[in-house]
Design a protein around this ligand. Sequence first.
Ligand code: ASP
Ligand code: MG
Length: 450
Amino acid sequence: MIVMKFGGSSVADASRVRHMAEIVKARLSRRPVVVLSAMGDTTDHLLEAGDAALNHGTVSLERVEDLHLKTIADLGLGEAALESVRPLLAELRALLTGVSLIRELTGKTRDYLVSFGERLSVRIAAAYFASLGIGAVAVDAWDAGFLSDSNFTMAELAPESWNLIPARIRPVAEKGVLQLVTGFIAKDEKGNITTLGRGGSDLSATMIAASCGAEEAQVWKDVDGILTADPRLVRNSRPVETVSYEAASELAYFGAQVLHPRAMQPCMKTGTHVLVKNSYNPEAAGTRIVSCVHEKDGHVLALTSRKKITLVDIVSSRMVGQYGFLAEVFSWFAKHALSVDMVATSEVSVSLTLDTSSDLSGLEKDLSRIANVEIKTGKAIVTIIGNVRRSSKILAHAFSVCEALGVQVQMISQGASKVNISFIVDDHEADTVITALHEDFFEKEYGNRA
Ligand code: ASP
Ligand code: MG
């Protein structure tokens, strides 16, 4: 058994659905279980429709209805396919009418609202496979054993899912029936629909693969795997052959939009391989994510950056050598529910970074009781992923590149997992730094030189 996940752009319209089906068909002998996202930008469109109902009392579902009905028509699917989506579209309209009347849209209702995207896409895909003579069924995540907590819009899967999912999925797969499972969604104990966070379908797929003991989880994207840098930025970026789960998570976290940051967790537990493949170029090898990569020391795998970062410098206003300072600083971050990304400390000061979208006014007030606080916006985190156990060589290169560009490195940290070195530069410098680092690490004739 293998699990194959296709994101929204891979099922954006009839031609993409046909193409996805070709890729799946070519692998039927490996007993695939397919996980799908909502078609195209449907999730965004549903959220926008929710906001319109909430703020303006209007029900505007045309984009969502038209896309799904047109796809059914374009795929030449008959009445049966229409019948499988009509009740959902009617329920969706009723839900939005409800929102427009009561003018209230909680996280719980939002999850219920966006769940229609995935539920519609698996039904259309199942009908299409059936029209090709392939025995296929659409499966809603909760019927596939996806049980979560009630943390709406960001739910965590419950430990029971590890047993529930294989109990539901495996017997059907063994019969040779192709299951098209909704990504992204689950239900809590009380039966409320939840979602696993934006981009959560990756996690749905890796969870099925890990819990069912599948050969591998294939995540089909529109690039040739995990690349050495963002291809929109670095023309000569190229796919990485193999990468560890840790490095892949760091990459996802620090801005490379390859996989959902939490998606690696289930497969890390079981050692199940995750393969990132390109649906526009199925012959390309893709990137394989595995437990242990024996890279040589100082080998750089990829570069990434995350913009719109705020740097907070906190200098203790108390005596040097006093204990409890860091604990107190972090307790204030926890109290304000602020998630910190990078940290660097000295005896009397600590610098940390957060997303610029975070509201820091309350924190600043509380912290100013124990420290002088300086908040600097407009920063970017540049991250070098690789085997950084011997980091000095990598750092020497990175700093000489920055020096040559006249870029000031403002803070630096190395993760305990020893797969990343991150540093802060000004937001507007990040692209230039990444391009120059890529040239230095990957494009010199003698190859990876660190
Ligand atoms: N459809 C959801 C989203 O757009 C989940 C996913 O695509 O993975 O975030
Ligand atoms: Mg999507």
